[in-house]
Design a binder for this molecule. Structure first.
Ligand SMILES: NC(=O)c1ccc[n+]([C@@H]2O[C@H](COP(=O)([O-])OP(=O)(O)OC[C@H]3O[C@@H](n4cnc5c(N)ncnc54)[C@H](O)[C@@H]3O)[C@@H](O)[C@H]2O)c1
Length: 305
């Protein structure tokens, strides 16, 4: 685990290195979902203050004072997200960074006994999965598609949670946020380095937003940070071209990168790694290719672990 000290001046310095259309410290057109409140709004404000151009997609409009392009977007709807990315391209000609941030709180527990009118157990409400995970998958897919067209590449930042890596009794939310971290890990593994597209994950702890009301939490002596803290970690992931596949925890205003230490720890805990699962998959795919080219060769099978 690495402690991070993120200052706005770090972002300014990094941004100055990138060639852009106008004199922008941030340099980029940034596309963000869930940008009308909380962490998304704070990030949009920070990016704008750095000179970025921001396109916001959200079910709710941001405050009028936010000088960003806005398109009403439900992240669960593929066509809405396609339209939002198209709007960003129409407006700015290029997309440099994508922030998949829209999220809702829990909608189902999975262990309740709610019955339908026939007395059968009701199917679970999937809203939280659809917004927090499927919406994120849509944004990532569209993000990769558009960033491939940017000769410089770019980055995708995805909002996970401190419950992306630990159990939490809010089952649907926690499952979706685990999925978000899995998405970042696997897309990072899949993206060819030559594309220069990075993907990173944020893991905020309790943050004062539309989802979490600070006055209530503070009355219970639970520390709550401001959304501008998480915004700094989002901007850092965009600005720092060396960050890829990272998981940035923000907690009580402080930051830690968690992934760098995790994999080496996991390898030692699981008895060492002679061949990583990624390397094994590459071998398997090579073998399948050989089999396809030489039909007499022994066949392998592609699948999960
Ligand atoms: N607040 C916290 O303590 C905390 C902690 C960890 C992770 N997060 C995550 O941070 C992200 C932002 O949440 P927040 O805390 O700023 O809450 P928030 O309610 O202030 O912001 C969420 C935003 O998502 C938008 N949104 C909701 N459903 C949408 C949909 N279907 N399509 C498009 N936009 C939609 C909302 O309109 C809102 O602008 C979420 O992914 C949330 O899970 C929050």
């Amino acid at each position: 685990m690495t402690d991070l000290n993120i200052k706005k001046s770090d972002l300014v310095g990094l941004k100055g290195k990138v060639v852009v259309i106008t004199v922008r410290v941030c340099s980029h057109s940034c596309y963000t979902t869930g940008g009308s409140s909380g962490i998304g709004l704070a990030t949009a404000q920070l990016l704008l203050s750095l000179g970025a151009q921001v396109v916001v997609g959200d079910t709710n409009a941001p405050p009028e004072a936010l000088h960003a392009t806005f398109l009403k977007t439900d992240v669960r709807v593929w066509a809405d997200q396609v339209a939002l990315f198209n709007k960003a391209i129409e407006t700015h000609g290029v997309i440099d960074h994508v922030f998949a941030n829209a999220g809702v709180a829990k909608t189902t527990s999975l262990i309740d006994d709610e019955l339908d009118s026939n007395g059968n157990l009701k199917a679970p409400d999937l809203i939280t999965y659809n917004v927090n995970l499927i919406g994120c998958m849509y944004t990532t897919r569209l993000g990769v598609f558009h960033l491939k067209k940017n000769p410089k590449g770019g980055s995708i930042v995805v909002t996970g949670s401190a419950c992306s890596y630990q159990g939490f009794s809010v089952v649907d939310y926690c499952t979706a946020k685990h999925g978000v971290l899995g998405l970042v890990r696997s897309v990072k593994a899949q993206l060819p380095p030559a594309l220069n597209i990075r993907i990173n994950c944020l893991a905020p702890e309790w943050t004062d937003t539309g989802l979490v009301k600070s006055t209530f939490f503070r009355s219970l002596d639970v520390p709550v940070q401001g959304p501008e803290v998480v915004a700094l970690s989002a901007a850092l992931c965009m600005a720092d071209g060396a960050r890829n596949g990272q998981l940035i925890l923000s907690k009580e205003g402080k930051f830690k990168e968690l992934e760098g230490g995790y994999m080496p720890w996991l390898v030692t805990q699981t008895g060492g790694e002679s061949v990583s699962i990624e390397a094994a998959l590459a071998k398997l795919q090579l073998k399948i290719k050989e089999v396809a080219e030489a039909p007499d060769a022994e066949a392998g099978a592609e699948g999960g672990v």
